[in-house]
Design a binder for this molecule. Structure first.
Ligand code: HEM
Length: 233
């Protein structure tokens, strides 16, 4: 966890930029794993064709796994907030502050560049591109919808009326459709699409090539990356 973020480091003679701290990467990994377990066990309940997993011992087990993964899913950001407070709050601020550059990026064909690869004329991005910001906003909003509706379904069955309970189930399902949909797009962009997967591995090892950081996140590179004297300023 020791690598300092937003800095130039030399790795086996090659200069790189540390884009994510250890806690950010750990938090992302735990988030993905718990999310996938929740999505799978949730699907058992959601899809009639998988109903076999919801009855008898299999049903009890998948419900238990859903609840255990839900606790991990909800506690994970609290751990990240506790151990890396300034980066947690900093990232939230970046994600929810929409700038003129972001709007300009979209109107200049930013989304189109996802399949054409043409990035000429796009204004430089901050640490998160507008697309990454939108995905993060959706996932963060979905997180709160999951947590509130899930906890009501879990503990409030007796306390709330049938109408409210059913509303919680529908909102939980809607959050699932949005979150899984955007997760699939995020996965495609980060792992499969050759045009957009540039630098995506930085969420695993923390590191980004200098040229990629300059091209993809020019504003962040210019304003926030420290000790650039190592690469000649
Ligand atoms: C924030 C944490 C979460 C909590 C506390 C939570 C809790 C719950 C609970 C208590 C149920 C009812 C299970 C039962 O019938 O016994 C449920 C159902 C479900 N959950 Fe979650 N959940 C969470 C996150 C998620 C996530 C991240 C997903 C998907 C990505 C998800 C998808 C589902 C689905 C699809 C159902 C079935 C709803 C239905 O019956 O139509 N949940 N959840």
């Amino acid at each position: 966890m020791a690598q300092r973020a937003d800095r130039v480091v030399i790795v086996r003679g090659v200069p790189k930029i540390v884009r994510f701290s250890g806690w950010e990467r750990f938090g992302h990994l735990v988030h993905i794993l718990s999310f996938l377990i929740l999505a799978l066990t949730g699907l058992f309940l959601y899809m009639p064709s998988l109903a076999a997993f919801t009855i008898g011992e299999a049903g009890e087990l998948s419900r238990l796994i859903h609840r255990v993964a839900a606790v991990v899913f909800m506690v994970n950001p609290v751990i990240y907030l506790f151990f890396d407070t300034s980066r947690f709050t900093g990232s939230l601020k970046r994600i929810f502050s929409w700038t003129e550059e972001d709007t300009k990026w979209i109107s200049s064909g930013g989304f189109k560049s996802y399949w054409t690869g043409r990035k000429k004329g796009l204004p430089p991005s901050e640490k998160f591109t507008p697309g990454q910001k939108i995905n993060s906003m959706i996932q963060i909003i979905a997180f709160f919808v999951f947590a509130i509706t899930g906890l009501v379904m879990w503990f409030g069955k007796e306390a709330v009326g049938l109408g409210l309970f059913q509303t919680m189930v529908v909102l939980h399902d809607l959050a699932m459709l949005f979150a899984v949909g955007f997760f699939l797009i995020h996965f495609f962009m980060g792992v499969i699409n050759p045009v957009t997967k540039v630098g995506a591995f930085s969420i695993v090892d923390g590191l980004m090539n200098v040229e990629d950081a300059r091209e993809e996140h020019g504003l962040w590179f210019d304003k926030e990356v420290k000790n650039k004297e190592l690469i000649g300023g």
